[in-house]
Design a protein around this ligand. Sequence first.
Ligand SMILES: Nc1ncnc2c1ncn2[C@@H]1O[C@H](COP(=O)(O)OP(=O)(O)O)[C@@H](O)[C@H]1O
Ligand SMILES: [Mg+2]
Length: 429
Amino acid sequence: MLPTILCFVGPPGVGKTSIGRSIAESLGREFVKVSLGGVHDEAEIRGHRRTYVGAMPGKIMQGMAQAGTKNPVFMLDEVDKLGSDFRGDPSAALLEALDPEQNFEFTDHYLGEPFDLSDVMFITTANVLHTIPGPLRDRLEIVEYTGYTYEEKFNIAQQYLIDQVREGAGLKKTQFSLTDGALREVIEHYTREAGVRALKREIAKVARKVARQIAEKETKNVKVEKRTVSDYLGPIKVIDTLMELEDQIGLVNGLAWTSTGGEVMHIEAALATGQEGYTITGQLGEVMKESVKAAYTYVRSHAEELGITPQAFKHNHVHIHAPEGAVPKDGPSAGIALTTVITSVFAEKKIKHTVAMTGEVTLRGRVLPIGGLKEKLIAAHRAGVKQAFIPKQNEKDLVDVPEKVKKDITIIPVEHVSEVLDQALIWKK
Ligand SMILES: Nc1ncnc2c1ncn2[C@@H]1O[C@H](COP(=O)(O)OP(=O)(O)O)[C@@H](O)[C@H]1O
Ligand SMILES: [Mg+2]
């Protein structure tokens, strides 16, 4: 078969590297992994010419040497973190190594001899797609990995992680175990992530402390329960309810998608008498600032039907803020949330606090589709959201959303932002 170059895309800790390793194992081939994070220099891929002091072969040939065979499964980790600057473009060199048309005579500058890479199975991984250089992305067969739900994390921990950790700490099954309740406590209150890496780390922390207790002969075996988790891990790190407890004017739950998974993102707005216009704070990116503009104009041009007096805009300055200011936020998907929050402050209507929403919005109020629906809805579920507005065009993506999430959240697909305003705001006095 023509070689395909797989690219596993997903948040950290969802098993991309592990799957690569398993593919190698099941094919009975060697496995090598090279990390491309922070590689700026073409020479790091293709080697330095020998005339340079400290010249070395590039990462590809080093990997081949490590594999010791010409047909390993070769994982190129973090292709999305490739840089490029005056020292050349490493992605161009990488293209040459990956391209089945050219890679039967890949030449490393240090070795100076062509080498046949055509039997290598390349697998690349990335956290996000949009930073992978276009020509490179074109050649990749994208496989998306999504974040795990609580239930999945629970099962992974029970079937794999606890055993791995127990072994790592040199403990026997009889010496260390966690009750279901304790495990759920660790998942819910000590980690917030799409994958299971922090979860494994936290369980390992418990295991190490148990190992010490046993070594010091304090006890012979430990069964960690829900209420004793904090003895090992300290006070809880993640507070559950991300949602405010009551309906408010000028506070809306948006849904964001970051490289670590989905998140519920509060957006606040407040009016102050003063100059017409608005201020935006909270590290919003360019695209999101434009969404604010569009949302503001939408509300302004529909003032009458929304029950807002046109003078309200003249004499009030609106401040829009997305808390957790240190985290940069961008993307167009906050459009309907922004429109809702701006309408809320001008019309002086409360927004239901159990509602969350995601969707891009046009000046005429049409709701456009967004990415990361599954992660966003999982995050909403985690936060206890009861109703979620999503773009009608994303309805097709609901097949990927876990049943439990669909059961607990009333999902409302919308085509026009007025449908959101009708239902998310509390209009009657
Ligand atoms: N589905 C899964 N089943 C068992 N273990 C998993 C699963 N997903 C992730 N893990 C564990 O999580 C850890 C991180 O996985 P890794 O493959 O390094 O993730 P990634 O490369 O996507 O960041 C590993 O210890 C791995 O064993
Ligand atoms: Mg990895």
